[in-house]
Design a protein around this ligand. Structure first.
Ligand SMILES: Cc1ncnc2c1ncn2[C@@H]1O[C@H](/C=C/CNC(=O)c2cc(-c3ccc(F)cc3)cc(O)c2O)[C@@H](O)[C@H]1O
Ligand SMILES: [Mg+2]
Length: 214
């Protein structure tokens, strides 16, 4: 049977990237998506903004919602200090299997814990399951209608602390209007929009950075 796009993306990584070299994995995926088949990775342009926020926050604990093929997982994990931890949630087992191999090819398994399951089920269990009290940085890139409910859930579960940074992809395209309205109008967040473009296209998109004020 015909391979899937994530399988072909993994093939491009294994063919063109150097094992243990995260930058070559990122480049291989961006080249594949720009020249062969578009895929919903945060991409190189928004990826540079992601890199800047990760470097600024210098997080010890990161939560990623929506792993897909692991592109942003690799982008983030490559910038983390040695004993920092990135937990990434993915409920599609086929995508999770691809992402594990992409993360392994980049040599970042030690820093990444990929958890298969739905964010709504796992957010309440972060403390007991992984011993993580709060997250310094959360990257939201899963179903767009889950950004707001999951943010409210993270608040309720107490996994955000004063100063925790939420960084949300696709706030313009496909768009997350209810989430954007919430973080921009809630007194509990200080929000900032980073204008960019939809990955590998000229369409406007951007990232919203929201600092939880406690
Ligand atoms: C509650 C829950 N729990 C766990 N995993 C979850 C989860 N909800 C989803 N997932 C997982 O996360 C990824 C889903 C990502 C959704 N992203 C997008 O839909 C997306 C779309 C575009 C896009 C833009 C213009 C177009 F014309 C077409 C597509 C661009 C993007 O950057 C996107 O992120 C995917 O791997 C899915 O299994
Ligand atoms: Mg996205």
């Amino acid at each position: 049977t015909r391979s899937t796009r994530p399988q072909r993306l993994l093939g491009a990584v294994q063919k063109n990237a150097t094992r243990g070299d995260p930058c070559s994995v990122i480049q291989a995926i961006d080249h594949f998506c720009r020249n062969k088949e578009w895929a919903m990775n945060v991409g190189d342009e928004k990826g540079c903004i992601l890199d800047a926020v990760v470097s600024e926050v210098n997080p010890a604990t990161v939560l990623e919602l929506g792993t897909y093929c692991g592109y942003s997982t690799v982008r983030i994990a490559r910038l983390l200090p040695p004993d920092a931890k990135l937990i990434t949630l993915e409920f599609n087992p086929d995508f999770a299997a691809i992402a594990r191999q992409v993360i392994a090819w980049a040599g970042l398994e030690e820093k990444v814990q990929l958890v298969e399951g739905a964010s709504g089920d796992w957010i309440p269990r972060m403390k007991e399951q992984f011993g993580v009290k709060t997250f310094d940085l959360v990257f939201l890139d899963h179903w767009k209608d889950r950004y707001l409910p999951d943010t409210k859930l993270m608040e309720e579960c107490g996994i955000l602390r004063k100063g925790s940074v939420l960084l949300a992809d696709n706030v313009i395209c496909p768009g997350t209007p209810d989430y954007l309205e919430f973080v921009r109008n809630s007194p509990r967040y200080e929000s900032q929009y980073f204008k960019s473009h939809l990955e590998y296209t000229k369409v406007e998109d951007g990232l919203e950075k929201s600092v939880f004020l406690g």
